[in-house]
Write a protein of this length. Structure first.
Length: 434
């Protein structure tokens, strides 16, 4: 039969009262009760507080009730085949003290993993089932960053979802910035925290009421931070001497990407099936992974030349990012450029100024297309191809402002003939205006 005894393990003014629960000779469980006492007020022989004041009498009553609670739980557990461990004993103490016990999915990293495991069944931006590979990869990186924060800041203490409030988010955000992560990456982390908490709430996991007030972090790029390849640089890339087949192949993808304005994932999935002819014009038709939008991109002569010489063979996005740095280095693109150098494992390092080839990534394709053709192709047409949701987002993406649009219109207006410039106004007589 199980026996229960309360004990002290120190002689301090604020000594923790422990419960020792002996189930048999092999199983002896010991846990803190959550109550403390001055060791001078403890009767070690009777294992109860000395009864010399109302506070100590109240404490004795609480301990007696806790003993009854644990014994009842044990008796119920015997018939249910419960495995009696220190975790079981801690759970009973927490329940008695009205503490909400921590279950596996209360732990943030555990729930992130559950979210990743459920990715094939999660709705995506296209209102279909299944998160994209890029989204899943982002969540895996988010989990690793949280684990790094737990190790460095919390001394390996796990983050509980219900403890995620505005104060926690602020501390986590400041830590991310101290590690020199980009504003964009910090923003994705904060957005992921909100997503995970809201999803946990739908599964009856307790969350803080402050979650709904968590604000995102957005990046505002200055023009010098916009990295793209102008037409002269693309010509240098085209004429660079490359000895490795992998770099020649990557160059084809890079130059084609700068002419069709698609994200890296969509670019590298293009096959002969995507190339079609419409009213005598060659186009690339594809369904964008991120938006689910079907786009048709007319092919310029330079793009047709690349395709007719044979489409480049398929490679991964990671390899593409790695190879195009080498391609641009061979093309002597060494101009000092503000940005983030990427390592082989695709993790960002310190933001600074580097030779341009070191800050090149797959994103340069879409941005080069948008930047080089801005003002030459109507903005709505460009936005349809690059899949930007608003003109403000598009202009920010290429480092432009609404004033650039005004200058563009003024330049167009200045080229009109005097007759075309004269506005045509109909005179409305007072009698007609009634």
């Amino acid at each position: 039969m199980a026996t229960l005894k309360f004990i002290l393990r120190s002689k301090n003014d604020n000594s923790n009262i422990f419960v020792r629960y002996s189930i048999n000779r092999e199983t002896r469980l010991i846990k803190k009760t959550g109550f403390i006492i001055d060791a001078k007020d403890w009767n070690e022989e009777k294992a109860i507080p000395i009864q010399r004041g109302q506070e100590l009498k109240t404490l004795k009553i609480k301990l007696e009730k806790l003993a009854v609670f644990i014994n009842d739980a044990y008796n119920n557990g015997v018939s249910a085949g419960i495995d009696f461990t220190n975790d079981w004993l801690q759970l009973q103490i927490d329940l008695f003290n009205n503490k909400i016990p921590v279950i596996e999915l209360d732990i943030l990293t555990n729930y992130i993993q559950k979210y990743i495991d459920d990715a094939p069944y999660k709705p995506n931006a296209k209102k279909e089932l299944g998160l994209s590979k890029g989204r899943v990869q982002n969540l895996k990186l988010f989990k690793r960053t949280i684990e790094k924060y737990e190790a460095e800041v919390l001394k390996n203490k796990k983050i509980i979802i219900r403890d995620i409030n505005l104060q926690f988010v602020e501390k986590y955000k400041n830590w991310l910035f101290s590690k020199d992560y980009s504003i964009n990456y910090v923003g994705k982390n904060i957005a992921n925290i909100t997503t995970i908490c809201i999803d946990a709430s739908k599964n009856d996991i307790e969350i803080s009421t402050q979650v709904k007030n968590i604000k995102g972090v957005s990046e505002s790029r200055e023009p010098e931070d916009i990295i793209f390849l102008n037409e002269s640089e693309q010509e240098l890339i085209k004429n660079a001497t490359l000895l490795r087949e992998s770099l020649i192949n990557a160059r084809k993808w890079l130059l084609l990407g700068c002419l069709i304005g698609q994200r890296g994932g969509d670019l590298l999935n293009i096959t002969d099936k995507n190339i079609k002819e419409l009213n005598g014009m060659k186009i690339i038709e594809l369904k964008q992974q991120k938006t689910g939008k079907l786009v048709a991109i007319p092919l310029l002569p330079e793009a047709i030349e690349i395709i007719e010489s044979g489409l480049p063979y398929k490679i991964s996005l990671v390899r593409f990012n790695e190879y195009i740095k080498d391609v641009c280095e061979e093309a002597k693109l060494t101009e000092p450029t503000k940005g983030r150098e990427k390592l082989k494992n695709n993790q960002a390092t310190t933001k600074g100024t580097f030779p341009k080839y070191k800050v090149i990534s797959s994103h340069v394709c879409r941005r080069s297309f948008a930047t080089n053709f801005y003002g030459r192709i109507p903005t709505p047409v460009l936005m349809n191809i690059t899949a930007h949701g608003s003109e403000r987002m598009f202009l920010s993406y290429i480092g432009k402002t609404t004033y650039d649009n005004a200058y563009q219109m003024l330049e167009y207006f200045s080229k009109l003939t005097p007759k075309e410039k004269t506005p045509i106004l109909d005179v409305v007589h007072k009698s007609q205006a009634k």
